[in-house]
Design a protein around this ligand. Structure first.
Ligand SMILES: [Zn+2]
Length: 410
């Protein structure tokens, strides 16, 4: 049924409703008017206030749409890219990925078809909003009902590549959203140019950060696996090392360049010390975690409690299938729960919903069930939930059991 064919005012009632930003409601209800949520509450209260409205009775529960804050749809065509050996590092994986891109030589149509299929899979699993980052323009997917915000990702690991990237950016239309790949692949000059453009155009800026310890080694000393990798590809035309930074102050370096603000999303953020976390928190920059990708690439486990202690509620992302075979945000929640058993299930669910919505500047529409937000939410059902007796138990099951048996959009 299309949204436009729904009656203007109606009530959805379910055994439980999870607003995310407030307490779980047992026998809850949501009043919607066309595409907007009007009220959320206990069914007894809602039915008293709106006695004449038609009621759709759902089984299971109602949940806001999930937000996938980091994915690379264009890589879907390559499938899983396994590193050459079990002891390979992240640079070896990047080499295999680049080799696959160069050798497969997929057409734009093939890349688009795989990306479109992945976007639809994301929607079917309950993703209402996603942040997609890519190195080629794969266009838009009007047939996918999820909202997809796309960022064109630039790299400039040499002086020549930086110059070329800056020239490319100058020819982009004002609507083209541009971002930078990572501190280890993007010169300070290019980082500044891209962030300045994002600021002028009030666009999001997303950057892979602290995914691997060798990032700091490259920037501070010109050593480590990234240094060897760049030496092979660009020779001596390297902007690294950068004078005046040490390997534990990559975040401070980004702050000095003016990269960190409330429209910046720092993706991965595994190897951060307390001072770096504080800098990110003070700058009101956002953090997006991709635990599935981190596990696949064996790059470490994020200091989640330290982030939360500094007042940072991270967003969650799947990253691409190239480094995460499941590409499933429900699995990301389950993995985080297992890795951080002391963190509450409610916090984990918040990351997959309101955390992502805030990071993308879309909390007015997404991330929770509240009056005024978009009336696109989920009705989920699973045998796992049937015997729950408390909101704690419910949130536990929601975040540990993976994708529910049934995810329907309302
Ligand atoms: Zn990524």
């Amino acid at each position: 049924m299309s949204l436009s064919s729904k009656p203007p005012f109606r009530i959805y009632r379910a055994p439980w409703v999870v607003p995310v930003t407030s307490q779980v409601l047992f026998d809850g209800a949501i009043v919607v008017d066309n595409e907007t949520i009007v009220a959320v509450g206990a069914y007894s209260d809602i039915s008293r206030l709106h006695p004449d409205l038609s009621v759709t009775v759902c089984s299971g529960g109602l949940l806001p749409a999930l937000v996938n804050c980091h994915i690379h749809l264009e890589l879907s065509v390559y499938g899983v890219i396994y590193p050459p050996t079990q002891t390979s590092n992240m640079c070896d994986w990047i080499k295999v990925l680049l080799q696959a891109r160069e050798q497969a030589n997929f057409s734009l149509d093939e890349i688009r078809a795989a990306a479109k299929k992945m976007a639809q899979t994301q929607y079917d699993s309950g993703i209402g909003l996603m942040l997609d980052t890519g190195n080629i323009d794969i266009g838009t997917f009007d047939s996918c009902p999820s909202e997809i915000y796309s960022l064109y990702e630039m790299l400039g690991p040499s002086k020549a590549a930086t110059q070329k990237a800056i020239e490319t950016i100058e020819h982009f239309s004002a609507e083209q959203s541009v971002t930078a790949h990572a501190p280890y692949s993007t010169s300070p000059n290019l980082l500044k140019v891209i962030k300045k453009r994002c600021r002028n155009q009030e666009q999001l800026f997303s950057i892979h950060l602290a995914e691997n310890l060798d990032e700091g080694l490259l920037l501070s000393k010109g050593e480590g696996c990234f240094a060897r990798f760049l030496q092979d590809r660009t020779g001596s035309d390297s902007p690294f090392p950068i004078p005046g930074i040490d390997s534990s102050t990559v975040v401070e370096y980004l702050q000095r360049l003016g990269i960190l603000d409330s429209k910046t999303i720092c993706v991965h953020c595994i190897h951060l010390n307390d001072e770096e976390i504080k800098i990110i928190a003070d700058a009101e920059a956002h953090v997006c975690l991709c635990p599935g990708s981190n596990k696949f690439l064996s790059v470490g486990t994020v200091r989640l409690q330290a982030l939360l202690d500094h007042g940072i509620l991270p967003a969650l992302g799947t990253d691409s299938i190239a480094s995460n075979p499941s590409v499933d945000l429900w699995q990301e929640m389950a993995l985080l729960r297992k890795e951080h058993p002391a963190v509450s299930p409610g916090s984990i669910l918040s990351m997959a919903t309101i955390g992502g919505a805030r990071a993308m500047g879309r909390a007015n529409d997404y991330g929770s069930l509240e009056a005024g937000k978009t009336a696109r939410f989920l009705n989920i059902q699973d045998q796992e939930y049937e015997d729950v007796e408390s909101s704690e138990q419910l949130l536990e099951r929601l975040t540990i059991s993976g994708k529910p048996e049934s995810v329907k959009w309302l």
